[in-house]
Design a protein around this ligand. Structure first.
Ligand code: ZN
Length: 108
């Protein structure tokens, strides 16, 4: 008789532990949703090589600009002020006696 009771208790405890285990296994997995913050951009890193290609600027004696008979400015070849007269000269010499036109903005 005692053996039977002990067996029932054993079976009962087994069932309880089993059902408890099943409950734990069936729980939805929570607490794992802490979003990971994206790593901060590496601002202390080495800057990108700033080697922008710079075309060689032509010397003022190589740049052709245009002056007019009466004007006090020098111009690019496409400037509308050159409609009446268009005298080719170099930037080097034009700069001595003329100001750059504010309309066509020739090289200075
Ligand atoms: Zn002009």
């Amino acid at each position: 008789m005692l053996k039977k009771i002990a067996g029932i208790i054993l079976l009962f405890s087994f069932l309880v532990s089993f059902s408890g285990f099943a409950q734990d296994a069936g729980e939805p997995q929570g607490g794992q949703t802490s979003a990971q913050t994206a790593p901060a951009p590496n601002e202390g890193g080495a800057p990108p090589a700033a080697t922008e290609p710079r075309p060689r600027e032509p010397a003022p004696s190589e740049i052709i600009v245009y002056i007019t008979k009466t004007g006090e400015k020098y111009h690019r070849g496409t400037c509308r002020y050159l409609a009446k007269s268009k005298i080719e000269t170099t930037l080097e010499s034009a700069k001595r006696n003329y100001d750059p036109c504010s309309v066509c903005r020739p090289p200075q």
